[in-house]
Write a protein that binds this ligand. Structure first.
Ligand code: MYA
Ligand code: JJ1
Length: 388
């Protein structure tokens, strides 16, 4: 059934329920001297090409490949449109490896036709903090699909990860592969319902008019929580403390240090937004919320070319109720002209989605670990990891 995935150290469907298997690495590391030294062969018209994302023109080539060939919804109405600034942020965290930004180009035209990437991360699974690669942006040009290029890309990124003495990975996909650790649902909160209906992202509910719908999703003009403000560089230590304490509650979660928090959570216009609550009395930072910006191209619509979407990222509540915090995030997203606010049912999100007028989407997101078994998997609410 899965000619490629059956050969890989991942949970196999046939192992489900086998009580003799324990949590942890599926296969042991091999000595670095035994890691294959040269790249896997490609069809002769193509060559490997490491993308230097400092180079604006290479970044722009990657942007275009993804903008035209990356993930679409099941009815091909929308396609993710990651911005160049976002890609640079996503692919260059602390201690990133240039060699994990892997392109395939046509030898003759030098056109970029496929890509896969990894970035290093420390991810905790139960009690163990494991060095992993987060694999993302796997993409094969539409004209080269179904030629078994994806397994070559995956083997090549695996080889380059192994060369750094890293033996595990985390990744998400919209498709079912052997074997998800958990399956999450996307939820959507309309901010600009008229546009969402016009582009076919959502529909007018039964017995609803446009003006009732607009009223239903109306939000206040400014955040309601006293002391709610944007995160700044001086907040990194406090946010790291909050986040580490919170993420400790989940079965699988990143192990963030201050450098990670500075990279992943310090606001960057149109890339990532973070807010916190600083107590007006004690000046203590008590709560935190964040979202990232990922527009989608609207395919085949005469009036609109893009949807501006915010995706819920990491949130921590110790004093302000999580629901109130997320409501303030919706308010600032609306003020910044986002059309929709998306969230997965991870962490404690499920409890507030309905109250805040999110509705379930038609998309799912499956989470996977490579060469790491978590017996019986986990629930979305036990997952503390959000990948971009
Ligand atoms: S998920 C986003 C993936 N990208 C897209 O969906 C963009 C649009 N689609 C495409 O560009 C192509 O359809 C892709 C497949 C490139 C997805 N993850 O070449 P093929 C398996 C893993 O003939 P194509 C993301 O970026 C498929 O089951 N495997 O197919 C995370 C089959 O294998 P098998 C996938 O359609 C990526 C084989 O590929 C995926 O031309 C994590 C067919 O190959 C998928 N999303 O190209 C990658 N889709 O026969 C794994 C299909 O066995 C990382 N396939 O069923 C693993 C960890 C590596 C590091 C380890 C370090 C230690
Ligand atoms: O965005 C998604 N679905 C939308 C649009 C559906 C268009 C027709 N297929 C959706 N809209 C309904 C919103 C409505 C608002 C009011 C309240 C009720 C709900 O459901 C979906 C997610 O739901 N997105 C996708 O399908 C994109 C792909 C998702 C898989 C991602 C793979 C990630 C790659 C890994 O890095």
């Amino acid at each position: 059934r899965h000619k490629f995935w059956e050969t890989q150290p991942v949970g196999q469907f046939r192992d489900a329920g086998d009580a003799s298997l324990s949590d942890g690495a599926i296969e042991p590391p091999t000595p670095l001297s035994e890691v294959r030294a040269d790249p896997y062969p490609l069809p002769s018209a193509f060559e490997w090409f490491t993308c230097d994302l400092d180079d604006d023109s290479l970044l722009s080539d990657l942007y275009s490949l993804l903008a035209h060939n990356y993930v679409e919804d099941d009815e091909n109405m929308f396609r993710f449109n990651y911005s160049p600034a976002f890609l640079r942020w996503a692919l260059r965290p602390p201690s990133f490896f240039r060699s994990w930004h892997i392109g395939v180009r046509a030898k003759e035209s030098k056109k970029l036709v496929a890509f896969i990437s990894g970035v290093p991360a420390r991810i905790r699974a139960r009690d163990a903090v494991v060095r992993m690669a987060e694999i993302n942006f796997l993409c094969v040009h539409k004209k080269l699909r179904s030629k078994r290029l994806a397994p070559v890309l995956i083997r090549e990124v695996t080889r380059r990860v192994h060369q750094e003495n890293i033996w595990q990975a985390a990744y998400t996909a919209g498709v079912v592969l052997p074997t998800p650790i958990t399956t999450c649902r996307y939820w959507h909160r309309s901010l600009n319902p008229k546009k969402l209906i016009d582009v076919g992202f959502s529909r007018l509910g039964p017995r609803m008019t446009m003006s009732r719908t607009v009223r239903l999703y109306k939000l206040p003009d400014a955040p309601l929580t006293p002391g709610f403000r944007q995160m700044e560089l001086r907040d990194v230590a406090a946010v790291t403390r909050l986040l580490r304490a919170y993420l400790a509650k989940f079965v699988v979660a990143p192990d963030f240090d201050e450098m990670d928090v500075e990279h992943w959570l310090l606001p960057q216009e149109d890339v990532v937004e973070s807010y916190l609550v600083e107590s007006p009395e004690t000046h203590e930072v008590t709560d935190f919320c964040s979202f990232y910006t990922l527009p989608s191209s609207v395919l085949n619509n005469a009036n609109y070319a893009t949807l501006k979407a915010a995706y819920s990222y990491y949130n921590v509540s110790t004093k302000t109720p999580l629901q109130q915090l997320m409501n303030d995030a919706l308010i600032v997203a609306k003020q910044k002209n986002y059309d929709v606010f998306n969230a997965l049912d991870v962490m404690e999100n499920e409890s507030l989605l309905k109250e805040l007028k999110f509705g379930p989407g038609d998309g799912q997101l499956h989470y996977y670990l490579y060469n790491y078994r978590i017996r019986n998997g986990i629930k979305p609410s036990e997952l503390g990891l959000v990948l971009l």
